[in-house]
Design a protein around this ligand. Structure first.
Ligand code: FUL
Length: 466
């Protein structure tokens, strides 16, 4: 192992990043005053009197998320319009002063417990309602008081999601956020919560269309943790086109080439966030524009199966429930995940490998908490599986033991056709998880995974075929 490789694999995730990464697929809820006004960005002048859902049912949301295979939900406790969905002491611009009069975050927290899923908070730093916005410390105090309520009164929080969007023009109010103060408060109140987007733990994938880079690296230059850059690439105006746009630059953030010249590196893994509909908030005319199952399975494969996580927004109807259009699609997606990725055809295979380290034998692969580790000086790393009988899989699933860093730079899957090895699929990064669809109709008992490029010895938890 070269010194440089040693350095690269010394960058590892924190426990909170490991927990967040394992959440894989979770829901976003955009709900507030906007679905009553038909807007995407409220201006902060909305009268709480318009907020009057009569069928709000957070159990229905969570039941649907569980059916989709999701393990958590993040709610817009406050969006840019400043309207708060919880019982806050610090403003009257909230559900408590609306005809509805109840704490929605509390209801969701109860439902999360009941359905055993995690809860996360979206609290918009940009606030178009509050008079303190733009007054420096006065607003930071307000924001920290809000954070304190949200992080103290609703149980364990897995994610604090800080949006980079701000549409204030040159004549608007400018607030210089005291990020370090916010982060210190979060670490104190919820040390397990990952701080996402404008934060040090989770990197925004850089678009709202659901696109994930082909090679999504978790080890990147520390300069990527940059809230100003996030702000610049976030929405500057309420723009439907922005939500569909996929930037073409910045596709390689972490290859050896991309890291050249960067001494300071960090573990900063990606999250893909998009909406099941064109808008983040509910609009009736978009009932017919719910994304197809095919689109969603593609995003799932490329994000969860591309070393990112998938945060899918499902906006509730103004009356407070998820519509059948969305509910049905979520259930179809969950069924697809359960049927496509649950029966590993290599589970009782015999594994052999080019090399291994003590206690990390090839048989340790596909265990509950064990892994196979190739020797650091192995010049031609591979692991092979003999399933004992012919199998005809549709998906390859790989996982690295990321506690040992992100190591795999390229991989090739082949099968034995009776005479020689035939290549089936190849790829680049693996990280937490890589899912590759396979061509139809290949049958073989013997499969081999080669890892031609690796940052010293590969460490794999999973080599599965479904
Ligand atoms: C954007 C916001 O402006 C949208 O309204 C939405 O909340 C999305 C998740 O982030 O930047």
């Amino acid at each position: 192992m070269t010194d440089y490789e040693k350095k690269l694999v010394s960058i590892v995730p924190s426990q909170r990043q490991l927990n967040w990464q394992a959440t894989e697929f979770y829901a976003f809820i955009h709900y507030g005053v906007n679905q009553f006004t038909g807007r995407e960005w409220g201006d902060g002048k909305e009268d709480p009197a318009i907020f009057n859902p009569t069928m709000l049912n957070t159990d229905q949301w969570c039941e649907s998320f569980v059916k989709a295979g999701m393990k958590g939900v993040i709610i817009t406790a406050k969006h840019h319009d400043g309207f708060c969905l919880w019982d806050t002491k610090y403003t009257k611009h909230s559900t408590m002063y609306s005809p509805y009069g109840k704490d929605i975050v509390a209801q969701l927290a109860e439902s999360c417990k009941k359905y055993d899923i995690k809860l996360g908070m979206y609290l918009s730093p940009w606030d178009r309602h509050d008079q303190r916005y733009g007054q420096g410390k006065a607003y930071d105090d307000y924001f920290c008081n809000q954070l304190t309520e949200l992080l103290s009164n609703y149980g364990e929080i897995f994610s604090c999601w800080f949006d980079g969007a701000c549409g204030e023009g040159p004549n608007g109010k400018v607030q210089v956020y005291d990020w370090q103060r916010y982060y210190a408060l979060i670490r104190e109140l919820q040390p397990g919560a990952a701080i996402s987007v404008c934060g040090p733990d989770v990197r925004w994938c850089g678009n709202e269309a659901g696109h994930c880079r082909e090679s999504e690296w978790s080890v990147v230059p520390a300069s990527m943790v940059n809230n100003e850059a996030v702000k610049e690439s976030s929405q500057q105006t309420d723009d439907e086109e922005f939500r569909k746009r996929v930037p073409t630059d910045g596709q390689d953030l972490g290859s050896r080439n991309a890291l050249t010249g960067h001494d300071n590196l960090v573990w900063y893994p990606a999250e893909v966030n998009t909406s099941i509909r064109p808008g983040w908030f509910y609009h009736e005319h978009e009932d017919v524009k719910v994304r197809s199952l095919e689109e969603l399975t593609n995003i799932y494969i490329k994000s969860v199966g591309g070393n990112a996580t998938f945060l899918l927004n499902i906006p509730p109807h103004p009356q407070g429930y998820l519509t059948q259009y969305d509910v049905n699609r979520l259930e179809e997606l969950g069924n697809w995940i359960r049927t496509s990725l649950s029966d590993n055809m290599l589970k009782s295979s015999v594994f052999t490998a080019s090399s291994y380290e003590e206690s990390c034998e090839p048989t340790a692969i596909n265990g509950n908490d064990s892994h196979w580790k190739a020797a650091d000086n192995d010049p031609a790393i591979y692991i092979a599986a003999d399933a004992g009988c012919e199998i005809s899989p549709s998906y390859l699933v790989l996982q690295e033991e990321i506690r040992l860093g992100q190591r795999v730079e390229s991989f090739v899957l082949s099968y034995w056709d009776g005479r020689e090895w035939q290549q089936v699929v190849k790829g680049t990064v693996v990280g937490h998880k890589r899912i590759c669809p396979l061509p139809n109709g290949i049958k073989s008992a013997k499969w081999k995974l080669e890892i031609p490029e690796c940052r010293s010895g590969a460490a794999l938890k999973t080599f599965a075929l479904y």
